[in-house]
Design a protein around this ligand. Structure first.
Ligand SMILES: C[S@@+](CC[C@H](N)C(=O)[O-])C[C@H]1O[C@@H](n2cnc3c(N)ncnc32)[C@H](O)[C@@H]1O
Length: 284
């Protein structure tokens, strides 16, 4: 029979306790975290597995009702705290932004504080907060642009998503770059021309010298003003396409048109928000 000395047993026990203590300390010291997840253009079949995996870690979700609805089977409603963009994003907020930009900005600041205080409180309690953004959070995602502008990167992880641009290009079944196209430009009417379309003429005139794929987010509701601007520098046969509900297997719709015909063609669809405008030879 093997003899084990008392001394050996004591040392082993102490070592074992030290390892346990160390492990529990490391585990306990783990920090809370905020994940901003790009949910893709439609449903879970176009969300990155890494994004969906982060759902399992979530103690708290911050998301708008439409994302909660699209991902109902992945989100425990009991864990949804609130819609972080309430009052600053969506139809009514857009209207307020147009009529009283200052008041809208005040609302944004108020919301930013609320979200910051809530998230930091959760992080200090070592919770994992998951904020859900449509498409890719770095492309016109209101979470990063408005709410988390100055958020400490130490606590933040961003998981990319498929942007409407990727889903729309796939719907068009065309390469957006290559074959003599110089570059792809992602923009929105207000980014390029200002909210009242008073800017951007010089830029558009310069762009007309190049073979560019121009992608406009949030463009359909101001198409008349866009047509007016483009009409100054481009011919009426400039190719345009609008992809509605890109990535939605049941609703996706492609409208191929041109600068001269787009305003008439737009009358075929009532949707004014979930459509992406792509302009250039790539969509010929
Ligand atoms: C606030 S931006 C959000 C963009 C988003 N972060 C992304 O990467 O796609 C909203 C605009 O994105 C475009 N968009 C978003 N999802 C779309 C979809 N499934 N089909 C077509 N356009 C979409 C529309 O132009 C819409 O007005």
């Amino acid at each position: 029979m093997i003899k084990i000395s008392r001394y050996f047993v004591k040392v082993s026990a102490i070592l074992f306790l030290m390892v346990c203590f160390g492990l529990s300390f490391c585990y306990g010291a783990e920090e809370g975290r905020l994940y901003v997840i790009g949910m893709g253009p439609s449903g879970a079949d176009l969300t990155a597995p890494r994004g969906l995996a982060a759902f399992e870690k979530a103690d708290i979700f911050l998301c708008p009702p439409y994302i909660q609805k699209n991902f109902a089977q992945y989100i425990d409603p009991g864990k949804v705290a609130f819609d972080p963009w309430e009052g600053i994003h969506g139809k009514e907020a857009c209207q307020l932004r147009k009529t009283d930009y200052g008041k809208w900005l005040q609302k944004v600041e108020k919301r930013k504080k609320k979200v910051f205080n809530f998230v930091m409180d959760a992080i200090h309690k070592k919770k994992t907060v998951v904020m859900l953004d449509s498409g890719d959070p770095c492309v016109y995602g209101p979470s990063l642009y408005w709410l988390l502008k100055d958020f400490n990167h130490r606590y933040l992880e961003v998981i990319p998503g498929i942007s409407a641009f990727n889903a729309a290009s796939a719907a068009l079944k065309r390469a957006m770059i290559g074959e003599g196209i110089n570059f792809v430009m992602l923009t929105a009417p207000h980014s390029m021309f200002g909210r009242s379309f008073e800017k951007g003429d010089g830029l558009l005139k310069d762009l007309s010298k190049y073979n560019v794929t121009m992608v406009f987010y949030m463009a359909i509701s101001s198409m008349d003003k866009l047509v007016e601007k483009f009409g100054k520098y481009y011919p009426t046969d400039l190719p345009m396409a609008i992809v509605y509900y890109a990535g939605y297997s049941d609703k996706q719709m492609v409208l191929k048109t041109s600068l001269g015909t787009v305003l008439d063609d737009l009358k075929k669809c009532d949707e004014k928000w979930l459509g992406l405008l792509i302009i250039g030879n790539a969509v010929k």
